[in-house]
Design a protein around this ligand. Structure first.
Ligand code: 13P
Length: 254
């Protein structure tokens, strides 16, 4: 029996009030049919309340953040805390995206603190891992992912494990149009599930593991057919209502 499919849109630093309004005008037409699929979207922080207003009319889409601070309050100019996200009604937060790791130098240790804080604030966490092309070509994919998991998901309180989702996003597949093949993705997803079970001692049968990296309506079905792929974390294709709709329709059928 497959775990419930999650289709998560990571809108990154995109969209305007006008484009969000258009998106939901189109998407709300059909999305009520997809009650077999969890539909989540992470807009820019500042757009969260507006998205909630549009998306929550029928309580169908969950809204979250793309990052959060490692602390809950204080003199950290420009940061947004997990507690504030929760306070604003967010349901989840993405932590450890490769763009945060690369452009903002976020290391495993701080990502672990962010994850624990966010879970304690009552958010679900989508924790991202993934290797670069160089690392894959040097046959280091599993070693890299193992390190990211061991450090990033250390010391999670046992009552919070159910709120953790892992996203495998190979860096070379993000925004490149070149997705991992279903075989490549399945191999890593299976490894992640097994490793989390044996090393962190979580019962990972129920763990949701998303694939991210150039997911589109044309390739989602074959990815979701894989045993250990429980959904997708989608950038570019999630910005267009018609494409996001098709992705959710695929998720709903699985
Ligand atoms: P793309 O779907 O645009 O490749 O982005 C993937 C991603 O980074 C989602 O977090």
């Amino acid at each position: 029996m497959k775990r419930k499919i999650h289709i998560v849109g990571n809108w990154k630093m995109n969209q305007t009030l006008a484009s969000i309004k258009t998106f939901f005008t189109e998407f709300n037409e059909t999305c009520a049919k997809y009650n077999n699929c969890n539909m989540w979207i992470a807009p820019q922080f500042i757009h969260i309340p507006y998205l909630q207003e549009l998306a929550r009319t029928r309580n169908l889409v969950k809204v979250g953040g793309q990052n959060c601070s490692h602390v809950n309050s204080g003199a950290f100019t420009g940061d947004v805390s997990a507690a504030s996200l929760k306070d604003m009604g967010a349901d989840f937060v993405i932590i450890g995206h490769s763009e945060r790791r690369a452009f903002f130098q976020e290391k495993d240790e701080i990502l672990n603190t962010k994850t624990i804080n966010a879970l304690n604030a009552g958010l679900k966490v989508i924790f991202c891992v993934g290797e670069t092309l160089e690392e894959r070509e040097a046959d280091k994919t599993k070693a890299i992912i193992k390190g990211q998991i061991d450090k990033g998901l250390a010391k999670i309180p046992s009552n919070k494990i159910k709120d953790v989702i892992v996203a495998y996003e190979p860096v070379w597949a993000i925004g490149t149009g070149k997705n991992a093949t279903p075989e490549q993705a399945q191999e890593v997803h299976k490894f992640i599930r097994g490793h989390i079970n044996s090393t962190l001692k979580w019962n990972s049968d129920e763990l949701i593991i998303l694939y991210g990296g150039s997911v589109k309506p044309s390739n989602i079905d074959e990815l979701l057919d894989c045993q250990d792929i429980d959904g997708a974390l989608v950038g570019g294709a999630s910005l267009v209502a018609a494409d996001y709709d098709k992705l959710c329709a695929s998720g709903n059928r699985k």
